[in-house]
Design a binder for this molecule. Structure first.
Ligand code: UN1
Length: 511
């Protein structure tokens, strides 16, 4: 059956077939820079998830019997396709989620890096050989796939993050039911087509387009062994608590952050300003690792402020397909409203506004882009106080607080750690003692020094602490979430000998 219906609606991919599913509704993908429709998609229902689960469950037994290396072969096909279609796919990412074109392409690059890591890992040793107290025993730690992995992915990395979740899961021998973000179904469609082209056995990979009700059906289904979730803290915490209450199920959730950059009195201010601009405004502040707090020492505060503000006033917002654009649009009208609400909140909480490009001037909006979801940088200074919501809550936009501090690095770290989140952060300093203090005491999973706090590479663990996540749905760490470990011990002797000095003698009443 073809990928689309006669009226060119895109379908779900379940059990190796394109299907309309049970739902009667469709939804559109919209280009956030123009408001144009990019395509119409079937909206999946819990019944569609049910079917996808049944297919994934049924395909598991055969898939797990293949060798790691044979499973990885399907992923290598996808790796080559991602590389061969780099420019085209980068443009699709940019059109669908609004990131400027170098970011659209980097998303695809990050995807093939993850596929390369997962498929390459198929030929690396898995498990450990472990010594035993008893010389005649061999002990090993071996891994087994868990079964069906449910993947729920966000719109801001619509190609890379699905592969963070799915590449390792599949190579490790699991089958997959995936729901792409409702804002980026076209990227979902393209990825599903790649799996179809790879010839992966039917049912091993399933994709259902849809919204939260479909995602929820994945989380609640008894056949789901692991849920991998990347997205908002609200949804992620619900996923983690639902799954956590079900014996035998696991969830690895990676959520947002209220990420901070500490600029100490020992900072190189060129590096500081460059890192802060990249961290705050790339992806229009819509990375989970984007920085919304710049915590700057009083000795360098005025100069940093002047230089950062100058950049924020001028940074190029516009058509994301243009190479000179630094910031594209926000993803959707509701998100623009959220950013506006937080910009208002900061003012109500007493912020001193330094740059307000919330509403762009007409001449800043490129021709033909009047219906885009535009929002520019909003920069303010706030006196640090423990209960300011604008310093604690994630906005997910180009909303940036400058916070001045006095004292030593520990004071900066105290302010830095005063949020419920703990994903990414950076320290800018030429003093290695300050850098190491930050490395060891900042409550975050991704720490940087003299760099932006965005742009992690796939071979590093990715994830946070506190409200930012309970697991690591990417790279090496995802293996823990999608496999079971077996501690396997083999006796090479005819005698049974026990560890810990435990007697292996069977004594009888006659003795
Ligand atoms: C996200 O912010 O949602 O570290 C993911 C980075 C990217 C991934 C970001 N590699 O910026």
């Amino acid at each position: 059956m073809s990928r689309t219906t006669d009226s060119a609606q895109y379908r779900h991919y379940i059990g190796g077939e394109w299907t309309d599913g049970e739902g009667t509704e469709t939804f559109e993908s919209e280009n956030p820079a123009t408001g144009e429709s990019l395509g119409e998609f079937q909206r999946g229902t819990p019944a569609d998830i049910d079917r996808a689960m049944a297919e994934a469950d049924a395909a598991f037994e055969q898939w797990r019997e293949l060798s790691y290396i044979d499973r990885a072969e399907y992923l290598w096909d996808i790796y080559h396709e991602l590389r061969d279609r780099h420019d085209e796919l980068g443009e699709i990412v940019t059109k669908e989620c609004g990131k400027e074109i170098s970011e659209g392409k980097a998303d695809v690059t990050e995807a093939w890096h993850m596929v390369e890591w997962a498929a390459g890992n198929a030929r690396h040793p898995h498990g450990d050989s472990v010594p035993s107290e008893i010389p005649s025993k061999d002990a090993y730690m071996r891994r087994k796939p868990r079964g069906v992995v449910g993947c729920i992915t966000p719109w801001n990395f619509p190609v890379a993050i699905p592969f963070w979740h799915m590449a390792v899961s599949l190579v490790e021998g699991n089958t997959v039911v995936w729901k792409p973000a409702e804002q980026t179904p076209w990227c979902g469609q393209v990825i599903a087509e790649m799996f179809e082209d790879s010839g992966i056995p039917d049912g091993v990979f399933n994709m259902v387009q849809g919204f939260g009700d479909a995602g929820n059906a994945i989380v609640e289904d008894d056949r789901t062994d692991t849920v991998l979730f990347t997205g908002s803290a609200e949804v992620g915490n619900e996923v983690a608590s639902t799954v956590g209450g079900t014996p035998g199920k696991l969830a690895a959730c990676e959520m947002g952050g209220k990420n901070g950059i500490v600029v100490t009195e020992q900072a190189d201010l060129d590096i500081a300003v460059h890192s802060a601009v990249m961290s705050s405004f790339k992806t229009t502040g819509q990375r989970c690792v984007s920085s919304e707090r710049l915590i700057v020492h009083t000795d360098v505060y005025d100069e940093f402020k002047e230089r950062f503000v100058e950049n924020a006033k001028k940074v190029a917002v516009g058509d994301p397909l243009e190479e000179n654009t630094f910031m594209g649009p926000a993803i959707e009208p509701g998100h623009v409203e959220k950013i506006q609400r937080y910009n208002d909140l900061a003012q109500q909480e007493g912020a001193n506004v330094l740059v307000d490009r919330t509403e762009l001037d007409d001449e800043e909006i490129p021709d033909g882009h009047e219906d885009g979801h535009w929002v520019g940088p909003f920069v303010y200074e706030a006196d640090y106080e423990e209960d300011l919501r604008c310093l604690k809550e994630e906005v997910f936009g180009p909303h940036v607080a400058l916070v001045e501090y006095e004292g030593d690095i520990d004071r900066a770290i105290e302010i830095h750690n005063d949020t419920p989140y703990g994903l990414a952060g950076a320290v800018i300093s030429e003093d290695y003692r300050q850098i190491h203090r930050f490395r060891d005491h900042a409550e975050i999973g991704l720490a940087y020094a003299n760099l932006p706090c965005i742009g992690a590479e796939v071979q590093l663990p990715f994830g946070g602490v506190k409200k930012s996540g309970n697991g690591y749905p990417s790279a090496r760490e995802v293996i823990e979430a999608v496999t079971e470990r077996t501690a396997f011990t083999l006796n090479n002797s005819k005698e049974i000998e026990m560890a810990q000095g435990l007697s292996a003698d069977i004594t009888t009443q006659d003795e």
